[in-house]
Ligand binder design. Structure first.
Ligand code: C2E
Ligand code: MG
Ligand code: MG
Length: 755
């Protein structure tokens, strides 16, 4: 069950971890798609920009041609006028205005007629005038070209009428042209150059390096794709089409090479654009994004792991709480039950004996040595039990509740179990002799034999519990075995318990009165109220069959109160009828004194009925006076009884410890001597003891009542030692109220007769 839970939880965490990993993959995929898109857009952008640059270069060349043509038109009127100086001045002005470095006027023979040259410009005018492009201009063409690979020139015809005697040559320095192809876009990361259709570089930027490696690519590239792309480019150039190819340079960088037909001569503009132009900066963002997403995913994973660890820790902690007893460090009852069930399933539990071992008076141990020492003792007991049990035989033990231990012994004979338990208790006590809390520990035990017919461990434990509860005073056998008889008794007790309420309502409980006769007057001078259960089926049930049970279940206080009320009613009736009242003693269970204000309701009813002083007595059994825990409360209550005029008697004196010290400590009015004192009247020593007790009581002005008196010999002895009253079958058994009235009536009648 527990295992399945762990699997389920782990699966849930696994799914969550999987989802977060998937999310990470998705974001990586997304970034990859974005990069691809970006490269496509970079290419588009590259095409757009290079086309634009090509157009700019074309326009600039056309402009320069047009400008030179304008100058040619302007001078056509003065050609041959011998205005050389004027022309020279004009050309000087035009150089400055039209951004030429030189303007020369040459004739067909190649001689320079006039012109102007910027300072610092070195020019071989003769050679220039011989150029075919210049010569073509005499037939009316406007040309441009490179001269000496250094200088850019434009040539335009100067028409005089239909004739063209001279040509104007406008010269621009190479730097002027280079500025046109210098990287204008793409953040200076691109390179452009102009080549002719043969691949000869016409114009390159100042730094030629980039084109040097480009040269390598065209010649030695072994990459199939690059070779194919270059071939494509060459075809396009031949058919004067623009395009872009991708290639890997010698440094293994991805690049784009855009080629644009300039429309000037057979010139082509080449532009190299690194593919990561944008993606590089975007890569930083994407790298950061991946880092962030990865970080978040890692945090999430760590979070999941932490949750898992906390969950595992908690589970371990819970299983510790659930199965380990904090006091002994061993199994708790839950673990005991599980172990038994596991063994039973494997056929290792039968036959066995489940023993419930209870520490007698553990409360006293706690009070005497303190709570911590109490726990220590419990732990020692558990260790003692463990040492005794044979784990090889699948024997094990656990602490159940407070001072209860459950043992599973692989035994089936009650005698063997009893012997082992005797030995166990001896071992525990021997072992503890050296302990600082030296205290002889005694136990009671209940045992249920498990032969496999009943498999439910809860039921078996319940039976061991029932057995321990049904222990009835036989000290020799301190372990009670659950059997049919015990079961029947418990069943009967349960029935009795269930029938209580109904019996009270039906009035099945009857109060009997047993007279107390004065040995001085020989007349009844009081009575004890004794409860009887008039059961519709079982007949008259004596208190010994239900009082101990009701003491265990707590109903006894209710029953005592019922008896007290009946006596009050009886008092009320007799008073109404003007009859004499005989002080009645009512038994009170010790359980009243476990409450904070024990007899409040008794006092209330007492006051309501207005009972006369000393008309009621409460009997408290001797054992109550040893109950250290409630001693203060008991003393206080006795004082209160006296204040209200209620007498108090100590019942069953002599049955238990018979401590005379109690008489000094407690302010009781009556001492009821237990019938066990009078069982052997032939024993002189016993008689001397009784005499001494009675004499002491007389001295302390405590009334003495002898209980259970059946014989005249006993009465005579009690008379001789000045015992005050006698209660017993000798005079009368406990009687129903009406019979009691008749019984005392006889005495009253005699009294009237005697006058
Ligand atoms: P107890 O208070 O000591 O009552 C005296 C018991 O001795 C009564 O037993 C009575 O019937 C019995 N007895 C009296 N004379 C003789 C005799 O000559 N010979 C013998 N063998 N027995 C005699 P009972 O009525 O069975 O009551 C037993 C005990 O039950 C009482 O002992 C008392 O402790 C308890 N009990 C009875 N009624 C009540 C009650 O209303 N409340 C409480 N809490 N306990 C009660
Ligand atoms: Mg009594
Ligand atoms: Mg008694």
């Amino acid at each position: 069950m527990e295992f399945k839970k762990v699997i389920r939880k782990s699966r849930q965490l696994g799914i969550l971890a999987g989802i977060s990993f998937l999310a990470l993959l998705c974001s990586v995929w997304n970034i990859a798609v974005m990069k691809k898109d970006l490269s496509y857009h970079t290419r588009e952008y590259c095409v757009g920009i290079t086309t634009h640059i090509a157009k700019e270069i074309r326009d600039s060349v056309d402009n320069k041609k047009a400008e030179l043509l304008n100058v040619a038109d302007a001078v056509s009127g003065v050609v041959g006028n011998n205005e050389k100086n004027g022309l020279n001045r004009f050309f000087r002005r035009e150089i400055d205005q039209q951004d030429f470095d030189a303007i020369l006027m040459v004739n067909e023979q190649g001689a320079c007629i006039s012109g102007a040259i910027n300072d610092g410009m070195v020019l071989n005018v003769q050679k220039l005038a011989q150029l075919s492009s210049v010569k073509e201009s005499f037939s009316g063409q406007v040309n441009m070209g490179f001269f000496d690979n250094q200088t850019l020139f434009y040539s335009a015809p100067v028409f005089v009428g239909e004739e063209c005697p001279v040509v104007l040559v406008g010269v621009r320095s190479r730097e002027n042209m280079q500025s046109m192809i210098a990287s204008k876009a793409f953040y200076d990361k691109t390179l452009s150059c102009i080549i002719d259709s043969n691949g000869e570089v016409i114009l390159s930027p100042t730094d030629l390096k980039a084109f040097l490696y480009l040269d390598n690519i065209f010649k030695d590239n072994s990459r199939k794709q690059t070779v194919a792309a270059i071939r494509q480019m060459q075809e396009d150039i031949r058919s004067k089409e623009d395009g872009v190819i991708h290639f890997l340079d010698v440094n293994n960088n991805h690049n784009m090479l855009a080629y644009n037909n300039l429309g000037i001569n057979d010139w082509i503009l080449l532009t190299i654009v690194p593919e990561n132009l944008f993606s590089d900066s975007v890569s930083q963002y994407t790298f950061r994004s991946i880092l962030i997403i990865g970080g978040i995913s890692l945090c999430f994973l760590a979070y999941l792991m932490t949750i898992y660890c906390i969950y595992t820790d908690n589970r371990n902690y819970l299983s510790q709480i659930a199965f380990i007893d904090p006091v002994t460090g061993g199994m708790n009852n839950k673990a005991f039950q599980l172990q038994y069930q596991k063994n039973a399933a494997e056929g290792k539990s039968f036959p066995s004996a489940i023993v419930l071992l209870n520490v007698v008076n553990f409360k006293r141990i706690n009070e005497k040595f303190g709570f911590a020492a109490g726990n220590e003792i419990l732990s020692q007991i558990y260790q003692g039990i463990k040492v005794h049990l044979d784990e090889q035989k699948e024997e094990f033990a656990a602490r159940g509740e407070t001072d209860h231990f459950f043992l599973c012994m692989r035994e089936k004979e009650p005698q063997a179990i009893q012997e082992r338990l005797d030995r166990l208790v001896r071992e525990i006590n021997d072992c503890r002799l050296s302990d600082s809390f030296r205290y002889q520990i005694s136990f009671t035990a209940g045992c249920c034999l498990a032969d496999g017919q009943v498999q439910d461990i809860h039921l078996i434990q319940d039976r061991a519990r029932i057995a321990i509860q049904s222990k009835n005073g036989d000290e020799g056998k301190w372990c009670v075995f659950y059997d049919e008889e015990v079961a029947k008794r418990i069943e009967r007790e349960q029935e009795t318990e269930e029938q209580f309420e109904e019996a009270v309502i039906r009035g099945d409980f009857a109060v009997y009165l047993q007279p107390k006769v004065s040995l001085i007057t020989g007349k009844p001078e009081g009575a004890e109220a004794l409860i009887r259960w008039n059961h519709p089926k079982r007949g008259l049930i004596p208190p010994s069959e239900f009082v101990p049970l009701f003491e265990r279940t707590g109903r006894i206080c209710q029953l005592d109160f019922y008896v007290f009320q009946e006596i009050c009613r009886f008092y009320e009736r007799r008073r109404r009828e003007g009859k004499k009242w005989y002080p009645v003693s009512v038994n009170l269970s010790r359980y009243h004194f476990y409450e904070e204000a024990p007899l409040e309701q008794f006092y209330q009813v007492y006051k309501e009925y207005g009972l006369a002083e000393h008309s009621i007595e409460f009997e408290l059994t001797e054992s109550m006076f040893f109950d250290d825990e409630h001693i203060a409360r008991l003393k206080k209550e006795i004082r209160k009884m006296h204040e209200l005029g209620i007498r108090c008697s100590m019942d069953d004196f002599g049955f238990g410890y018979s401590s005379l010290g109690l008489l000094r400590e407690f302010d009781v009015d009556t001492l009821k001597l237990d019938r066990s004192f009078f069982l052997d009247m032939s024993n002189e020593k016993a008689k001397n003891i009784i005499q001494s007790i009675v004499e002491l009581a007389v001295k302390l002005e405590i009334e003495t009542v002898a209980e259970g008196i059946e014989e005249a010999e006993q009465v005579d002895f009690l008379y001789s030692i000045n015992c005050d009253k006698v209660q017993g079958y000798y005079f009368s058994r406990p009687l129903p109220m009406d019979e009691f009235e008749r019984w005392v009536g006889q005495y009253e009648a005699k009294e009237i007769q005697n006058g």
